[in-house]
Design a protein around this ligand. Sequence first.
Ligand code: UN1
Length: 498
Amino acid sequence: MATTGTKSFQNLIGGEWTDAASGETFESTSPADGETIGVFPRSGPEEVDRAVEAAKAAFEEWRLVPAPKRGEILFNLARILEREKTALTDLMTHEMGKVKAEAGGDVQEAIDITYYMAGEGRRLFGQTTPSELRDKWNMSVRQPIGVVGAITPWNFPIAIPSWKMIPALVCGNTVVLKPARDTPALGERFVELIAEAGIPAGVVNVVHGGGGSVGDRLVRHPDVRVISLTGSRETGVEVLKAAADTLTHVHLELGGKNAIIVMDDADLDLAVEGILWSAFGTSGQRCTAASRVIAHEAVYAALQSKLVARVEKLRLGPGWEDDTDVGPVINKDAIEKIHSYTEIGRDEGATLLTGGEPATDGDLAKGFFYRPTIFADVDPQMRVAQEEIFGPTTALIRVRDVDEAIRVSNGIKFGLSSSIFTRDVNTAFRAMRDLEAGITYVNAGTIGAEVHLPFGGTKDTGNGHREAGQAALDVFTEWKSIYVDYSGKLQRAQIDPS
Ligand code: UN1
């Protein structure tokens, strides 16, 4: 079995740890200092086909395991994840780069959803309802769908796989996981722990490799019934098209361009805390990150100076060091993309207040560090205020009143998270009603979703589904309506008298 110690990893297919048939591999390295985390099989369609076949075979037995029993195995998994929290946290600071507190939070999110969904094994409620006819029984039940393909990103390398796999499992589905190419060790370690918890062979499989080979085959495979993807809008559109021919269910969790509104009556110091956490936590690499700050003109100048003063004190460094505030971004492409947006912002006429360049002093040169960046005097239509940058960059926009604030907040293609700082209850309720987003925070930043509420967004952030909470069950089950006629005669609905 592969372990993090040996630094050589494999796929898990039908309970067997195996290499790619081609023998090809790829490396995972730390974004903080280039250290090699491990070597992984560069798999292709052949491995996907074998994993789907194993998952399809395992489904026939797993779907018949009583849901409370499936839940018991997941309770066991939750306890194992608690036991492994420190080790997973440490691995995450190295492989993904986020700082220790946030890495611990990522693992905790998986623990939380595992406990929550384990309990769902004793609920999975359907409805019973009267029939319009005599001596007839009506009810609806949730049924598992089959093989689920989970395609997961690197920014929440434990939490997001858990949001997809754990509800899928409690509902009775089987899974093929394709972890992100940047964080395969975490994906693999999670699956090892799932196996240790007592999930039978073939119920969870992991295939490492790229989106073009592994992901594409998974999406197009006729025996994969559900694809759950967290990724970019562009990938989401491709996946949706690729899944069309097989009518595969697709759950998409895509981008964001989330804004924090700061009204003239806000507690400014609290708003600054919320902005710092939401814009620069995880180095801005969250779908929920606050990449826009919409400030009322009466507080704009004060907010700007407080914010810059605080941002300039943030310490960049490796995530595993206790005094690091901001870790690296994920890879070289990310640095280049983030920096290209700095140039775009400058060219568009926004004022660069701080940051705007890679950080390369001392040991930082070994990794991919970018200075927290703030643009001011941003027009809502500028590209830096419209497009997802996925890095430590935020844009300050000045508005005159709450109407304009809400209009600007909504004036983007995405609809994931939103936030308002105000002490006026009327303003707060207006924002709760009118912000076009799947999540709205009042007097808190744009990040920090809890697992028992639906997570997801409106508009181009998704395709109408939600993960986490009760809503996740709708992605991983289909409703069956059952009618039992015990009258002993043919009774025709809508036609016969009752
Ligand atoms: C994501 O960025 O894709 O609310 C997920 C949050 C986290 C999850 C973010 N609990 O920011």
